[in-house]
Design a protein around this ligand. Structure first.
Ligand SMILES: NC(=O)c1ccc[n+]([C@@H]2O[C@H](COP(=O)([O-])OP(=O)(O)OC[C@H]3O[C@@H](n4cnc5c(N)ncnc54)[C@H](OP(=O)(O)O)[C@@H]3O)[C@@H](O)[C@H]2O)c1
Length: 234
């Protein structure tokens, strides 16, 4: 089966790196479910991408919304072959580990960790049954324990470290089934989150997630963390 027969779901697909991931996946011939909290925002992106892109209303912080969106997607397209957990928030840039904002911690984990976990729970069992799947968790070098040299952005860092752990667990749990699970660091990229002075454009930021989302049949790359298509220390 070529990419043209595959369906991808991208969370946070209406702007930033997620919108560019959607565009690049559609360019490679996949049908792309552009998932966004506001359906109108997703519709706008789909209008720009073309008929391969389909809007989907999805708030990853709500278990009900995840269940409804996945039901709708599977009902309309039969299967989700590729899941890109891209939706993310960064709520405590001005904080440090010793200056914790507990509310921000809960809200960040709800989206960055639980959102991805809920989607995986709703989508990966179908991939395992189908014997094919690609899961990409969009993480950050800020979540790398090996590179953890600062207490800044504490809840964001912890959420991405936990997302990395989820990546390892899922990869181990589905090993040998044809489902590959990896984590991608897009690098510091211009977006709502990255701000205007980041050195990378969305095209560059989306490259590694898209590469992992389209690993060819028979590729054994799983349980890894990558930046610029190269391994990054956990
Ligand atoms: N930019 C960087 O420098 C950088 C570096 C490393 C990692 N990352 C990661 O890359 C990913 C994309 O970030 P970005 O830079 O493109 O940031 P962004 O421009 O701020 O976009 C964030 C996206 O996440 C979505 N989102 C947030 N909460 C959501 C929820 N509860 N349900 C569904 N969607 C939700 C947003 O949707 P709405 O439009 O509905 O708000 C938006 O589409 C994130 O996981 C981020 O942590 C970014």
């Amino acid at each position: 089966m070529g990419h043209g027969d595959r369906t991808a779901l991208v969370t946070g697909g209406a702007r930033g790196i997620g919108a560019e991931i959607c565009r690049q996946l559609a360019d490679r011939g996949l049908k792309v479910l552009v998932a966004a909290r506001k359906r109108e925002a997703a519709e706008e992106v789909c209008g720009r991408i073309g008929p391969a892109a389909v809007p989907l209303a999805l708030d990853v912080s709500s278990a009900v919304s995840v269940a409804e969106a996945v039901n709708e997607a599977v009902g309309r397209f039969g299967a989700i072959d590729v899941l890109v957990n891209n939706a993310g928030v960064s709520l405590d840039a001005s904080r440090t580990a010793l200056n914790l904002d507990e509310e921000a911690l809960h809200a960040t984990l709800e989206t960055n960790l639980l959102g991805a976990w809920r989607l995986a729970g709703a989508v990966v069992p179908g991939m395992v049954r189908a014997g094919y799947g690609r899961v990409v968790n969009v993480t950050s070098s800020y979540g790398s324990l090996a590179l953890m040299d600062s207490g800044r952005h504490p809840t964001y860092r912890v959420s991405k470290t936990a997302l990395n752990a989820l990546t390892r667990m899922l990869a181990a749990e589905v090993a040998g089934t044809g489902v590959l699970v990896n984590a991608a660091d897009p690098g510091w990229t211009r977006s709502g989150m990255g701000g205007p002075s980041a050195p990378r454009g969305p095209e560059e930021g989306a490259d590694t997630p898209v590469w992992l989302a389209t690993l060819p049949e028979g590729d054994g790359t799983t349980g890894g963390l990558f930046a610029d298509r190269r391994p990054l220390p956990w």
